[in-house]
Design a protein around this ligand. Structure first.
Ligand SMILES: Cc1cc2nc3c(=O)[nH]c(=O)nc-3n(C[C@H](O)[C@H](O)[C@H](O)COP(=O)(O)OP(=O)(O)OC[C@H]3O[C@@H](n4cnc5c(N)ncnc54)[C@H](O)[C@@H]3O)c2cc1C
Length: 291
């Protein structure tokens, strides 16, 4: 364990195999991608508890690849967000693209990576709610092999991921489905900082005035992301526009399921009211989109 004043040793592997070997040998090493999350949220008292070895991921070419197949876009975990947005123009689901473009500012987006946004394990980071709604999948690699995990199972508890010793996030798989309506909205705590308080992603597909598929996810209420397959399925098959009774019944169902927590800045009651407003706004916009 490092002591304050110890010099940091920075390792810069150039291949995934090299990285995994180094990480297996130094399981306490700190993985460093863009460094923007660590720079802003690292608690000073946690520095001494961390390893004096840093593994910089930015030289591993395989982690910065992006690949498109007919059904998926696969994004290397260390591709900077600005590159994902520019390469993924017209390909990325619009809600995810809007979320990525809302992160910080261009200078931060040139460094920040999607893998870092996910692995920081802060469920209201802006990529997370869209990844929940589009059913994103994550490939995890270690020296012993590879496994795929849906994003909905990646965060087992507050500030935790399912990554085990020696495992890294290798790439993110984005299903390329057609949506008739996609929205992303975030509510920030202050005008100075773009870090979100709550964020919301909603997707809908309809045909001939009938809602076929609806998905929505809400981040920031508590230590996880809210998504309810049961509420989504209640809307499917409904004729547009939804009646007032249908809208109110859905919101009442959501009100029962939401479990907001008070944090240092906002009360649970405020988060609940804001989350329900975002959901109402989404449902009302589906009405407009179908006109
Ligand atoms: C001024 C400012 C404004 C910001 N505004 C926003 C905002 O509006 N919305 C938002 O969501 N975020 C915001 N952020 C946070 C930040 O930019 C993002 O979370 C960023 O995407 C993190 O990526 P990174 O590459 O910098 O991660 P890093 O800081 O390098 O890493 C973050 C964590 O993930 C781990 N990690 C990284 N890559 C991997 C991997 N491949 N496998 C396993 N573990 C890994 C690291 O060890 C670390 O624990 C802001 C940051 C700043 C500085």
């Amino acid at each position: 364990m490092a002591k304050p004043g110890d010099l940091l040793r920075v390792l810069r592997p150039k291949s995934v195999n090299g990285l995994l070997r180094l990480y297996a040998k130094n399981p306490d090493a700190l993985l460093f991608a863009g460094g923007t999350e660590r720079a802003t949220r690292l608690k000073p008292d946690s520095v001494s508890a961390e390893s004096k070895i840093v593994i910089y991921l930015g030289k591993v070419e395989e982690l910065s690849r992006i690949r498109r197949s007919q059904r998926y876009l696969e994004i290397g975990s260390c591709l900077p967000i600005s590159r994902i947005v520019s390469i993924g123009r017209h390909i990325l689901p619009e809600a995810l693209s809007t979320a990525l473009r809302s992160i910080a500012n261009p200078a931060v987006r040139n460094l920040a990576t999607l893998g870092g946004n996910i692995c920081a394990a802060i469920p209201n980071n802006d990529s997370i709610a869209p990844l929940y709604a589009i059913d994103g999948q994550l490939e995890i690699r270690s020296l012993s092999g590879s496994r795929w995990v849906p994003i909905s199972r990646f965060f087992p508890g507050a500030g935790e991921t399912v990554l085990k010793e020696g495992e890294i996030l290798f790439r993110i798989r984005i299903p390329l489905e057609e949506w008739d309506y996609q929205v992303f909205r975030k509510v920030s705590g202050s005008h100075i900082c773009s870090h979100p308080l709550l964020n919301f992603c909603g997707l809908a597909r309809f045909s001939k005035g009938i809602l076929e598929t609806v998905r929505f996810a809400l981040g920031g209420l508590n230590n996880t992301v809210f998504r309810s397959l049961e509420l989504e399925s209640r809307l499917e098959g409904k004729t547009l526009p939804l009646s007032e009774k249908e809208v109110e019944s859905l919101l009442a169902g959501a009100d029962e399921l939401l479990e907001p927590l008070t944090d240092s800045s906002f009360s649970a009651a405020y988060k609940r009211a804001t989350g329900l407003r975002l959901l109402r706004w989404f449902i009302e916009n589906i009405h407009r989109e179908n006109r």
